[in-house]
Write a protein of this length. Structure first.
Length: 293
């Protein structure tokens, strides 16, 4: 039930359909966002980092040469509207731009961009225990290809194949998330999260050559600097994660999620570390509107 914003109109959830010949379904050329709305302490529902997500959606579309038929302001309004019309206090939002079924084949030149925004109640991606105790992660046999142009700045449908294979592989082996390496074997990111490690009070995260330019990652830079932690962006090897004092994932869905084990090696004390805990609390304060961040 509920409504979905599709090409400028609110349509009933069940009627927001596409044709089987939808171009993006066949070739994967589409761009999307994962956004979250939180019930703030003020009693209002606030979409966290709305403008940043809309900006990234438009950057992704620009990179993928997908012409956006709406303005950023219209997309912001659509996102607020969908949360309000569905009477959601907390929500996960999915804006997406995709090609329709106006043309067949790779050479189709008559394609139109369709844009939709859906929102649903998805208060927590991970259990409270996972947020406190951390999760078990497995390094994937699938890589994140930085040769795949526009990997870092574009959140595009076609970029998720390896992430999904990696996640499935990790879940099958009893872990909760996958860690993907880049083509050269350096740490890239999780299936839908960026990664940070802490060592001797300094935070490290991979530079933007093989991972998405995450909005939570950027928020973490800000929060870390507010509490005096230095963050260095550089290549990270897999064994640096094994011997880190702490490690955690960041993402709109995962928020700030401690990693307690990678490939059977316990990381630090094997539970949420002090720095992770501090940053996690600051992050929750930020999304709940308790701080300026
Ligand atoms: N990396 C990938 C592959 C993702 O899909 C996401 C989620 O959007 C992230 C990282 C984290 O990005 P953000 O913090 O903007 O949600």
């Amino acid at each position: 039930d509920g409504v979905i914003w599709l090409d400028g109109e609110l349509v009933p959830w069940r009627e927001a359909r596409v044709h089987v010949l939808t171009h993006t379904l066949h070739y994967g050329m589409g761009v999307f966002e994962g956004v979250r709305a939180y019930h703030a302490d003020s009693g209002e529902t606030c979409i966290f980092r709305l403008q940043e997500h809309t900006d990234r959606l438009f950057r992704s579309a620009h990179i993928m040469r997908i012409a956006m038929p709406f303005t950023k302001a219209q997309l912001n309004t659509a996102q607020r509207l969908v949360v309000r019309e569905n009477k959601l206090q907390e929500a996960y939002l999915r804006p997406m731009a995709f090609y329709g079924s106006e043309g067949m084949g790779l050479r189709a030149d008559s394609l139109q961009t369709h844009v939709m925004v859906a929102a649903w109640d998805w208060p927590s991606y991970m259990t409270p225990e996972a947020k406190e105790l951390g999760i078990k992660v497995r390094t994937s046999s699938y890589t994140r290809h930085h040769v795949n142009i526009s990997m870092c700045k574009a959140k595009a449908n076609g970029h998720y194949i390896n992430s999904m294979l990696a996640l499935r592989e990790a879940l099958d082996s009893g872990c909760e998330e996958a860690l993907l390496l880049d083509n050269e074997g350096y740490v890239a990111e999780g299936s839908g999260e960026n990664i940070f490690i802490a060592r001797d009070g300094v935070l490290y995260t991979p530079e933007l050559t093989s991972c998405l330019d995450g909005i939570t990652r950027n928020t973490l830079f800000q929060l870390a600097s507010e509490c005096g932690y230095e963050v260095r962006e550089r290549r990270i090897t897999r064994d640096e994660v094994y011997v880190a004092d702490e490690a955690f994932f960041t993402g709109t869905a995962a928020e700030v999620l401690p990693i307690r084990e990678l490939d059977g090696r316990v990381i630090g004390a094997g539970r949420r570390g002090e720095i992770t805990h501090k940053l996690q609390s600051l992050y929750f304060d930020a999304v709940k509107g308790r701080s300026e961040a």
